[in-house]
Design a protein around this ligand. Structure first.
Ligand code: FE
Length: 343
């Protein structure tokens, strides 16, 4: 992306994130990745009167190619962690998500923004205050609910017992001390009780498998009991899922993780056809998707920290909170969660 455009979107991002004079904004990269983003963020921070520096980690010593979450380049580098903890905001261009180093930095009051998606996607899904409000309305509804039920015409009927884990919102910027967000994003989620997810989920053609970054071609049926997947049936997609989870040799890879829905009408379901999907944030965010996840729940404060993780946005599902219909076959029912043109 053109330098001026990149500078411009980073300035808009840091403005939304409340960056101001007197703050220090740190920028973290690894190897030779995203040096252009780092420069643009530092320019934007300075333009807003903040101090800034760029901390660059070496390239990972081993590149397994697997999307194993929780393994950060900051591990064992306490001096670097301490430097980042002393800043008001960290712009993470490496994807620290789920690492204990990120949790430690947040616990020190540093707000953290992750940005690793292709720059044209950052620009197209620029966060807005209006979208944040709609996401926060969804989060309020979710936070006060005791149960979630998801159904679909393809045979999904699963119930999550809620009330154990906090509700999280992602709207693509962060202006609150200690809070993390990811640019771009527009969704809400929580997790079921560790032994409180039961039923059947049937993936339909067109549902999305992240991190495979593929669309399901033929139905996949999950049987879930007491918070764990007991059976996976179907064709090639089911075999690939099973084989991948099995390769971690970790029974916690079958745990049920976060669950929620997306709100961004600008995000495309067909997003994987562009930029290879990047990290898949566009797919997590598209309007009316219901996303469930497999694997770790330590992000919500739970005990499961397996590195085996799937996020699976689904189309056309219905979602009930305490028996109230919130997503009706992929359409949000609450006017205040809809975009202005759809109320
Ligand atoms: Fe996830």
């Amino acid at each position: 992306m053109n330098h001026n455009l990149l500078n411009d979107i980073c300035l808009r991002q840091l403005t939304l994130s409340g960056v101001h004079e007197g703050e220090t904004i740190s920028v973290l990269t690894q190897g030779d990745e995203r040096a252009d983003y780092a420069d643009a963020f530092m320019w934007a921070a300075q333009t807003l009167g903040a101090r800034t520096f760029h901390l660059r980690l070496p390239s990972p010593a081993s590149a397994s190619g697997a999307w194993a979450v929780g393994q950060s380049g900051l591990a064992g580098n306490q001096l670097a962690v301490d430097a980042l903890k002393q800043t008001e905001m960290l712009v993470d261009l490496t994807f620290l998500l789920f690492s204990k180093e990120q949790f430690e930095i947040q616990a020190a009051g540093t707000r953290v923004l992750t940005a690793v998606e292709p720059a044209p996607l950052l620009a197209r899904l620029m966060p807005t205050r209006e979208l944040r409000e709609r996401v926060e309305i969804g989060a309020e509804l979710l936070a006060k609910s005791q149960s979630m039920r998801i159904t679909s015409p393809h045979g999904t009927d699963v119930t999550y017992r809620l009330g154990v884990y906090p509700t999280m919102s992602e709207y693509g910027y962060t202006d609150q001390a200690g809070r993390w967000d990811h640019w771009p994003a527009a969704f809400v989620f929580t997790g079921g009780a560790d032994d409180g997810v039961d039923g059947t989920i049937v993936l339909a053609p067109g549902d999305v498998l992240l991190p495979f970054n593929t669309y399901v071609q033929a139905p996949v049926e999950f049987t879930i009991e007491q918070g764990f997947i007991r059976d996976i049936r179907g064709g090639l997609d089911a075999e690939l899922l099973s084989s991948y989870i099995k390769s971690f040799d970790d029974p916690r890879g079958y745990g049920m993780s976060h669950v929620g829905w997306g709100l961004d009408e600008r995000a495309h379901w067909h997003g994987l056809t562009q930029f290879g999907g990047g990290m898949g944030m566009e797919l997590r965010s598209f309007y009316g998707n219901v996303m469930f996840s497999i694997g770790p729940n330590n992000e919500l404060g739970g005990p499961n920290d397996t590195p085996c993780h799937f996020d699976i946005p689904m189309r056309g599902c219905s979602l009930y909170l305490d028996d109230e219909l919130i997503v009706d076959a992929g359409e949000l029912t609450v006017a205040d969660m809809r975009p202005a043109g759809k109320r």
